[in-house]
Write a protein that binds this ligand. Structure first.
Ligand SMILES: Cc1cc2nc3c(=O)[nH]c(=O)nc-3n(C[C@H](O)[C@H](O)[C@H](O)COP(=O)(O)OP(=O)(O)OC[C@H]3O[C@@H](n4cnc5c(N)ncnc54)[C@H](O)[C@@H]3O)c2cc1C
Length: 384
């Protein structure tokens, strides 16, 4: 069942996704391949440039529409993790980039000549404590030389441009710890010859994540986004967009699980009746339906606050928390409904179950969201 807003967009996404059945996604996993054909179609249909204003060749839509696109991708059984970053990193350029940066990059991204699918924040030694990241950039004659290490940088081998967060001045322990972080646009096209080494991570799901090793890697001054030292503010807009978009993906995953489980429960006959006639099977699916419908409202609320330029940190976090929980429980209900067949790759449920599990941990873990809500919204004593 399609979501009830942005019907036309949802129908077009659904039609495109129908050309990429679940066997396609299963096959990609087996050979760890990137869905290049799918991404090319999503790009030429304009979906991946939906947030770019019309004057730069995009369709000038909002995050609400972007959410509808990614939700339908996930609902179809596809994996939106292959293409979602271009939507959330966009906020940093659109809200903080210079006119020159917008003129240089946005038309190329809209045409599909530049893929902007990578966002490098996480580091091996700092994890969720982002302000303590150690990758450092020092300016020498109009060029920033960046040294350090990133981990779990997804799609870096399938991207031409990457948004990277590094320190340009040391952390101030007694003041705002976000100060001194700066955001950079990194041109990846010839990066491996200039001091960037990339190593693949063999992971449970197909996000094409890598480790990055930067050694005096040069980035021209004009690729600094926003003001030096104020980069946390720049990436925060992308982080909020990321939470909201990923929440929409979770809604899509949950709807996928609910539809699959309902269909299977209606046709699988054991003890002479469909298993769906047993309330032990019905109720978890029905509960998931209620939880998914409720969290979808929070996703819409967060997207609408984001689109109107208002504060949306709490709502973005709550949308991500509630939707990730809804999709995880819907996935569990589907796994239980399918019985032993849930474990057969041929039935696809286990693949989506693994994919949706990520969203308990990334891009921000459930615990960190709860501590944000407790400490920032409810003024409870701080734990860190
Ligand atoms: C497949 C995949 C793709 C990814 N893609 C990207 C990407 O493209 N770009 C990028 O920058 N990052 C990416 N990440 C990284 C992801 O954002 C991090 O894994 C996530 O933010 C958690 O950080 P960590 O793994 O270092 O966990 P840690 O920070 O080490 O935390 C480990 C556990 O401890 C808990 N914990 C930590 N501190 C506290 C506390 N104070 N209170 C309570 N609990 C706490 C956490 O909730 C978590 O459960 C990706 C990760 C994966 C697995």
């Amino acid at each position: 069942m399609l979501g009830d807003d942005f019907r036309e967009i949802r129908e077009s996404v659904e039609a495109l996704c129908r050309r990429y059945p679940e066997s396609y996604w299963r096959g990609l996993e087996e050979c760890r391949r990137y869905p290049s054909e799918f991404i090319a179609e999503m790009t030429s249909a304009g979906f991946l440039a939906c947030l770019i204003p019309e004057r730069w060749g995009g369709s000038g839509l909002g995050l609400g529409e972007a959410c509808a696109i990614l939700e339908e991708v996930c609902r179809s059984g596809a994996h939106a993790g292959a293409c979602h970053a271009q939507m959330y990193v966009m906020a940093s350029i659109l809200r903080h980039g210079s006119e020159e940066q917008k003129n240089a990059w946005l038309p190329e991204i809209a045409k599909g000549r530049i893929r902007f699918q990578s966002f490098a924040v996480t580091e091996p030694d700092t994890g969720s404590d982002t302000t303590r990241l150690k990758t450092a950039a020092r300016k020498v004659n109009g060029t920033y030389l960046i040294s350090g290490q990133k981990v779990w940088t997804s799609r870096v081998r399938h991207s031409d441009l990457m948004l990277l967060l590094a320190r340009t001045s040391p952390i101030a322990e007694d003041a705002d710890r976000t100060f001194g972080l700066s955001a950079f646009l990194v041109d990846l096209r010839d990066a491996e010859s200039k001091g960037l080494a990339i190593r693949d991570i063999d992971a449970m799901i197909n996000h094409h994540a890598c480790e990055l090793f930067l050694d005096e890697f040069p980035v021209p001054e004009e690729n600094l986004v926003g003001e030096a030292g104020r980069g946390f503010r720049v990436v925060l807009d992308s982080m909020n967009a990321e939470r909201i978009l990923i929440a929409a993906e979770c809604i899509g995953d949950a709807r996928y699980f609910i539809e699959k489980a309902s269909a299977y429960a209606s046709e699988r006959v054991v003890f002479g009746r469909p298993i769906g006639a047993n309330q032990g099977i019905q109720f978890p699916i029905a509960r998931s339906y209620a939880e998914t419908s409720a969290s979808s409202l929070m996703v819409r609320r967060a997207a609408s606050l984001f689109d109107s330029g208002k504060r949306c940190g709490a709502e973005a976090n709550m949308a991500k928390l509630l939707a990730a929980d809804a999709s995880w429980r819907a996935g569990d209900a589907a796994m239980q409904t399918f019985g032993g067949f849930a474990f057969s790759k041929e039935f696809n449920v286990e693949r989506k179950f693994r994919e949706t599990r990520l969203y308990q941990t990334a891009p921000v873990s459930t615990n960190l969201i709860l501590s944000y809500l407790a400490e920032r919204e409810l003024n409870l004593p701080r734990s860190y």
